[in-house]
Design a binder for this molecule. Structure first.
Ligand code: NAG
Ligand code: NAG
Ligand code: NAG
Length: 382
């Protein structure tokens, strides 16, 4: 009897923790930067999908069985924005669209409303309390970096000066730098990190800033260089999609220096190969009793205005409102890549490893207003 009661209690806490995490990933869908690569020509677009969370009391149990990812964005200027750009000292020029000339602000006032339930209002203190003693790590590209910045900004406001710190840890490696950014909330012993690995395995896009190359080269068997930095997290949140946008990639089997021996494969094939390597690593190197893992699904880029009735040569520049058409889907979103991810996670689950997909794809489709577009530090526009 006593034992049963205890088990139930543990389950409740775990369940609550998981639900609340997914919720702030949705909230964090806030400013989702998409860096889109097309052959020789690079474009930057970024869904800054302002966030989420309703006014209902924080009863996570009521979310049981609710599909959090099927819903709509509702305008809510009573409780949004959750923070102002100028009040968060950690927003890099890459995402600081107000600072770089964006004049409208409505994009900050949208709340995600699932059809079947309402999300509890975001409460930074409560979230920090739940994360007490934990290390959360985002791994991936600029979309995840943006998610990470959003969450840091949402949490940091309730932490007094001197009780928080942003570190930048950069190890110079033989070939390229490794980039890890760490935010610490001392009183809660919480660490929220971002690790740059846009293609998950080692690649020629690994340098945190000098990575504007158009020919993608991935070193297929080299995940350990990055992954050894991921093992100590309590929560891992992966993403990897946009950098697979070139039609083909070079796959190296030896080392990056020895780049004369390679195969050229399609992006779909390369993505499948890398996700296979990644899932094997997740299976064998993560202590799943300690670490909860998530994978963010792909995000929309809104680089073809024709998808929502604009001219062919227009993109999301100057867009100030979300798309309201239900199930809107842009032509460039590669469903085949999404299926590959789903299949990978399904296979992992069959082997007893539960990496939850945070299914934000549809949610980002609507947010054509959510990209910094040209409103960012010129360094990121080159
Ligand atoms: C992801 O969400 C969309 C709708 O928002 C849904 O159609 C799709 O089936 C979901 N995929 C998974 C794997 O849950
Ligand atoms: C909030 O939005 C409504 C329309 O949704 C508008 O009428 C009102 O003026 C706005 N309030 C503020 C303070 O911006
Ligand atoms: C965007 O807005 C600016 C300022 O209003 C205008 O000069 C520019 O032509 C617009 N661009 C597009 C693509 O509509």
């Amino acid at each position: 009897m006593e034992k049963k009661k205890r088990l139930v209690k543990i389950w409740d806490v775990k369940h609550m923790f998981e639900s609340s995490l997914i919720i702030f990933f949705i909230i964090g869908a806030l400013t989702t930067t998409a860096v889109y690569y097309v052959n020789t020509d690079e474009q930057y677009t970024s869904p800054a999908s302002p966030a989420t969370v309703a006014h209902s009391p924080s009863v996570y149990d009521s979310l049981e069985g609710c599909d959090l990812f099927s819903g709509k964005w509702v305008h809510d200027n009573d409780s949004y924005p959750l923070y102002k750009e100028q009040d968060c000292p950690y927003i890099p020029g890459e995402f600081a669209c107000g600072q770089y000339g964006r004049m409208d602000s409505k994009y900050q006032q949208w709340r995600w409303q699932p059809h079947a339930c309402s999300l509890p209002r975001f409460d930074a203190k409560q979230v920090l309390e739940k994360l007490r003693g934990k290390r959360i790590m985002f791994v991936g590209d600029s979309v995840n970096r943006n998610q990470w910045v959003s969450i840091v900004c949402m949490l940091q406001a309730v932490i007094p000066p001197g009780r928080k710190k942003m570190h930048k840890i950069q190890e110079v490696k033989q070939v390229q730098d490794v980039s890890l950014l760490t935010f610490k909330a001392f009183d809660y012993d919480v660490s929220i990190d971002f690790y740059w690995a846009p293609l998950l395995v080692e690649s020629n896009a690994d340098h945190p800033t000098k990575h504007k190359r158009t020919d993608r080269i991935v070193h297929i068997h080299s995940i350990e260089k990055h992954a050894k930095n991921w093992v100590n997290a309590d929560v891992l949140v992966f993403n990897s999609y946009l950098w697979w946008g070139t039609p083909t990639l070079k796959i190296l089997y030896d080392s990056l220096e020895d780049s004369t021996k390679y195969n050229v494969v399609t992006n779909h094939r390369a993505y499948r190969m890398v996700l296979r390597i990644w899932s094997k690593w997740v299976r064998t190197h993560i202590n799943h009793a300690r670490t909860q893992s998530y994978f963010m699904s792909m995000t929309a880029t809104h680089h073809k205005g024709i998808d929502w009735g604009m001219q062919d040569n227009e993109n999301c520049l100057n867009e100030t409102e979300p798309v309201t058409k239900e199930h809107f889907w842009e032509s460039g979103s590669d469903l085949k890549m999404m299926r590959t991810l789903e299949l990978t996670l399904k296979n992992l689950k069959e082997r007893g490893v539960d990496v939850k997909m945070v299914n934000i794809t549809q949610l980002t489709q609507y947010r054509k207003d959510g990209h910094p577009s040209i409103h960012r530090c010129p360094r990121y526009l080159e």
